[in-house]
Design a protein around this ligand. Structure first.
Ligand code: 13P
Length: 244
């Protein structure tokens, strides 16, 4: 049985006070069940707060990016080992905002995924096409190129990652891929993972997921959960997505 996961990506949002309210609500309301996981990826300065507030709960936490390096003279970077030191389970790597705004290449994202697994974290590796790529019919080429870089970097650890398909045109736009559109890409990704001996990797969908559209997405055979941006900032909405 593949794990079902709903992961919140808070992006660069939060204050200690607003986080405390949100984390408290998640910790008290979320009832874990086997194979059904809820987690939040918080900004790095708040990892200690997430650890303090979630460690007695069924909610996991993680970081939104890690360095590809183990340690050393990399000013401003956060290593996977540091995230692990704060009890993280997950590390998002290759989010489209980092690929686009920080120029992260497929090779760099692969190296970050490897750094995460080396530190005992589960990488949540993001893939997805732009609107222009979709309209040109290049969606599968793009996501498979990104996936192959991850498989090439992780090799025998490929089964240790989680993959999130996030069409860039659906992120923060209110425009979700239809369940059928998302399923079509997920099934392509699943086939490639199966070839690599990692058919059980959970495949999340991300892009304007809300409580109102979550159940229809999760009903698709290859959608194992969601990576949620904006809606994860509202604890009750996020819990509703988790329960879906
Ligand atoms: P939204 O849910 O705000 O569209 O963001 C999706 C996302 O980028 C999650 O990583």
């Amino acid at each position: 049985m593949r794990e079902k996961l709903v992961i919140g990506n808070w992006k660069m949002n939060g204050t200690r006070e607003s986080n405390a309210r949100r984390l408290e609500r998640l910790a008290s309301e979320w009832r874990g069940a086997s194979g059904r996981l809820l987690g939040v990826c918080v900004p790095a300065p708040y990892l200690a707060q997430a650890q303090a507030m979630l460690s007695q709960s069924a909610v996991a936490w993680g970081v939104q990016d890690v360095s590809e390096h183990e340690s050393g003279a990399y000013t401003g970077d956060v290593s996977a080992a540091m995230a692990a030191d704060f009890g993280c389970t997950y590390a998002i790597v290759g989010h489209s905002e980092r690929r686009q705004l920080h120029g992260e290449s497929d090779a760099l994202v692969g190296a970050k995924a490897r750094a995460a697994t080396a530190a005992g974290l589960t990488p949540i590796a993001c893939v997805g096409e732009t609107l222009d790529e979709r309209e040109r019919g290049a969606t599968n080429d793009v996501v498979l190129r990104e996936m192959d870089a991850l498989i090439g970097a992780l090799r025998s650890d490929t089964a240790k990652m989680v993959v999130a398909y996030e069409p860039i045109w659906a992120i923060g736009t209110g425009r979700t891929a239809s369940p059928e559109e998302a399923q079509a890409v997920h099934s392509t990704l699943r086939a490639r993972l199966a070839q690599a001996g990692a058919a059980e990797v959970p495949l999340l969908y991300g892009g304007s997921v809300k409580a109102a559209n979550a159940a229809a997405l999760f009903a698709m055979p290859d959608i194992d959960g969601a990576l949620v941006g904006g809606a994860s900032l509202d604890a009750d909405e996020f819990l509703r997505i988790g329960r879906a």
